[in-house]
Design a binder for this molecule. Structure first.
Ligand code: CA
Ligand code: CA
Ligand code: CA
Length: 274
């Protein structure tokens, strides 16, 4: 099937108009409570839920990690709060920016490592980016209150673009360099039993412990879609030779698959290779 040029132009015009709307976007993800099992851990590293929010201007993304115990309390001020993300590129399925025993099967491209440590109010963090190796690339804003830790980063520091669906997981840990994922948002059951045990987040839709996903507000442009799915091919080309042009696949939200006659009406997702 080949789309007439005029048809594709009309589709793109419609998609562009949806970019104009702007409103804060929030999604909440629940976790179990009381499932952590490492000796000496506390409720301040037991995730109860995570709220992911993109502000109305779509410039910043916030991960609010809600906890079973206050990270302000004496003796509960040493937690590490970590986010693994796959945005765009290939990433790595093994390891992370802090070399903790945590693997991310979808392929981790960005790692946010933060601490909410001593002194009651001392917080900080790092954004790491993977490109054949890990390097620190940005500094997130990190604060804490009686119910959780709040991490905010520019979306650009995480490579996130309008309309992109990305995979992620949130972990808590301790101060030891080999401490693992004491709690993981992806796991409603005990994630690790010993501090140094390895934890692995599975692919989206896989099991057990599949990665979570979030879709950025806005519309994925054809250029970005083509970069991820069609080797930067034009709308009239057919990258995967399935008889459906790149332009029609983009509009239908196709990921290198056969034509779907009943496409979703919502946003189309950036390719998330398993
Ligand atoms: Ca939990
Ligand atoms: Ca959990
Ligand atoms: Ca095709």
């Amino acid at each position: 099937m080949k789309a007439p040029k005029s048809y594709f132009s009309i589709l793109c015009a419609g998609a562009a108009m949806t970019c104009i709307a702007g409103a804060q976007t929030t999604q909440s993800y629940a976790d179990a409570v009381g499932e952590i099992a490492t000796p000496g851990s506390g409720p301040h590293i037991d995730i109860t839920s995570v709220n992911v929010t993109v502000n109305a201007a779509a410039t910043d993304i916030t991960f609010r990690i809600n906890l079973a115990g206050s990270p302000l309390d004496s003796g509960q001020n040493w937690g590490k709060y970590l986010v693994g993300i796959r945005s765009g590129g290939n990433g790595t399925a093994t390891g992370n920016g802090w070399v903790r025993p945590i693997n991310f099967t979808p392929g981790m491209t960005h790692w946010i490592g933060t601490w909410a440590d001593a002194g009651g109010d001392t917080c900080g963090g790092q954004v790491w980016t993977y490109s054949s190796g890990w390097s620190t690339t940005s500094t997130p804003t990190v604060t804490k209150d009686a119910t959780g830790v709040i991490i905010t980063s520019p979306v650009t520091a995480l490579g996130l673009i309008p309309g992109e669906t990305f995979a992620f997981d949130v972990y808590t840990s301790g101060g030891g360099s080999n401490d693992g994922a004491v709690d993981a948002l992806s796991s409603p059951t005990t994630s690790i039993s010993n501090w140094g045990d390895t934890f692995t987040t599975a692919a989206l839709g896989s099991s057990p412990r599949p990665a979570l996903k979030f879709t950025m507000p806005g519309t994925l442009t054809f250029v970005d879609w083509s970069a991820d799915n069609a080797n930067n091919g034009t709308a009239n080309e057919d990258f995967d030779n399935d008889g459906v042009t790149n332009g029609v696949e983009y509009f239908m939200g196709e990921i290198s698959s056969s034509f779907r006659s009943n496409p979703p009406s919502g946003r189309r997702g950036r390719h998330l290779a398993a």
